[in-house]
Ligand binder design. Sequence first.
Ligand code: B12
Length: 351
Amino acid sequence: MTDAVTGITDEVRAAFDHHLTEADDEAAVALTVRLVEEGLSEEEVLLDLVAPAQIAVGSRWAAGEWTVAQEHAATHVSQQVVTAIAAVRPPDGNAPTGDIAVACSDGEWHTLAPRILSEVLRLRGFQVRFLGGHVPPARLISDLHSNGPDVVALSCTLPVRLPLADRLFEVCRTAGVPVLAGGPGFGPAGMWARTLGADLYAPDARSAAELLRTGWPPRRTGRPSVDDRSAETYAWLVQQRPALLRGLLERLPHGLALAADPADPQLDATVEQLGYLTDSLAAGVFVDDPRIFTDCLGFIRGYCSARCSSPDHLDTVVAAYASLLHDSPRTLAHVVAGQKWLAGPPGDGSG
Ligand code: B12
């Protein structure tokens, strides 16, 4: 069957999926290049075949069906495909010009989406510099000074990185360069992109290209919209992070899947999950939205359920946060939202 909207058949999807599963980059490249040569646009291949296939890869990993190694191998295949597709034909020289720097914030390693965005914009005739994942403010400042882009396109996949993304917003604000934000980390319909003062938001690369084609956003003059008390509480939580992690581990009984004694090989994984949860709590406080914490609880609950450790342990973890953070009403409100969320029907929430 052919998808009426994308022109991609079920057979093609199944074949591409098979190549991801087998980590067969040569076959995946051959298939996708042939599709373009047969008349499908590069955009369709990138956005309607590769992107959804990668999202499905994530679901398999989250459900415990695929190992991290399988996920990495599949992502490598998709990256090879993006490179090959980008080389099939030169960019359209008659299309709009404009210089765009594409970046991910500090701590953000999800580079495939911004890479795809870069290629889609390049194919539409824009000048694009892909600065990569994990871009610190100093690197962005250097690009703004050396190359003077018209727009910075900022990708955020994990909401937990929003406070770090905000530092790049700040850099752009100071330089007067508008920011186009995108990626699931900016929340439903990009709501947290607006909180950080984004000039534009687009849900995907196609609509981003359309937005930029219809005109440049004005130079930035806006003020940050994260309020001072949220930013102060966030800074305090970052300072408390080591003590908080120690306190959480002390309060969790031995044998709990999210905790362990030092001899337990699960300790590293537990500490990593607790770190991720703590950072999500802090990010939620930063943008003043408890959904970042509850979404992260949902993610960990799904992760634990798929790996045979009891998700009920999360109740103990969140009760430990409540006792450790009772002095910070602003943070406690998010923890209480987490407790309510955990007590709600399973599957409720986005995680
Ligand atoms: C591949 C992958 C990785 C790879 C990334 C490799 C790479 N070079 O990109 C690696 C292994 C590094 C990784 C690590 C992690 N990952 Co990961 N990862 C994924 C996966 C499977 C695919 C991501 C992807 O490429 N998607 C395809 C793209 C094309 O889709 P997209 O991001 O939605 O992008 C579209 C739009 O959003 C938009 N867009 C995106 N950016 C921008 C920017 C602009 C300006 C615009 C306009 C538009 C735009 O355009 C795109 C297409 O049109 C996702 C699953 C998923 N659902 O996406 C998980 C996923 C994002 N990862 C997840 C997690 C938890 C992690 C880790 C924390 C796991 C861990 N504990 O180690 C780490 C964090 C690493 C870090 N610090 O960044 C979770 C996030 C859950 C959550 N909300 O908390 C997901 C959803 C998996 C899951 N199902 O649970 N990951």
